[in-house]
Design a protein around this ligand. Sequence first.
Ligand code: AMP
Length: 445
Amino acid sequence: MADIASKKRKRASKTPELLRGFRDVIQEEAPYWQHVQASATDLLLDYSYSEIQLPILEATSLFKRTIGEHTDIVSKEMFTFEDQGGDSITLRPELTAGMVRAYIEHGMFNRPQPVKMYSIGPAFRYERPQAGRYRQFNQLSVELFGDAQPVADAEVIFISYLLCKQLGLDVTIHINSLGSSESREDYVQLLKEYIKPKRSLLCEDCKKRITKNPLRLLDCKEEACRALFIQAPLLVDNLDDESKKHFVAVLEHLDESEVPYELDPYIVRGLDYYNRTAFEIVASVTNDAVEGEEATVTNLIVGGGGRYDGLVEILGGRNTPAIGMAFGLERLVSAFKKTKSGISSEKKPQVFLAQLGEEAAKHAFTLFETLRSNNIRVRANFGKTGLKPQLELADKLGVVYTVILGQKELLDQTVIIRDMENGIQEVVDLTKIVDEIKKRLKKGR
Ligand code: AMP
């Protein structure tokens, strides 16, 4: 007993750790995130996509009705709980459902169509954590409402491709058509008939999928199941005429705009709401060589999307065609880091401000702000008082000048400018410091 109690006490006093499947983005990694997000938003704004910010918590029914009760996400991966008022709420597992809700709730069908928007933020899925798969991850969701034409599908795919290209990634679009929901029903019958005699050879998950979500049979990752489906009838061979025409037109657009793609008849996507175009963006990523071995190349699915013409209506809105896609930002950032293209590093600081003594320390903020607000890239460590450690820091930062504010200078209303290369110091008027620094920086030293 005493043992259990002491174990419990120990556990309670241990520093709490990150939850499994969650991660921090620490200082060294954050600039890569900033770069990827800035590249994406610049591009999207140029193509007239506006940002929409949505809550992370939504009513559970929103996801049940859109993603589908029998999908993996809804049946086993959602973080769902009751709030204090007894309502069932869910941490969003993806962003599209919320965007559709917002489109209806804000009457966006009354705006000129198409309505083009994007949103960035966390999504949550209780999945088995593994490389590139987290329980909290971030998505960049891009959606285009109110245009049924193939050009809309092509636009979303083209922009997704452009972003990857801009980041230096080597990507191919894997694309398929899921047809209309009616043609899909006929196809599902064909698929069920094909698999019935082979049922005993399927994995346990696939056995359940036959009745609950038969299309998902096609993207099972088990080798044995995949082998069984090589001979299976394909969705693309069973499309209705309109969907076939639509698909061909999308591909023609991609050909014209030189977007590299591969037809992949096994893409069905994990969510129920897609029709016609479905695609995934596959990045070919070169991993660093480990000692004695060659670098390896792996394929990483950085994003995916498709058309979802029925979704607005499912949620009670008007019949509105729509197409969208989502990038997984963890994967996009990781693929980008491996390109080694680097990021424009923060511009180098030019000046260090060193203060000596208590009185000077009190004036340091004001002087720092004077320099900063005059576009001089200045750094300081307000907690340090001795000159030596401050000069060492200035050296480490590689600044050109250190401005020294001491007790005596404060009385005389002057400061010292120290040239960090040769150590030469000059006294200048405090009121002229900005001009003096700018003059020197302009001269090149
Ligand atoms: P989905 O909403 O399932 O179509 O996912 C879109 C993209 O989000 C995928 O292509 C992945 O890049 C990313 N993604 C989905 N689930 C996860 C996860 N658990 N962890 C990290 N990224 C994910």
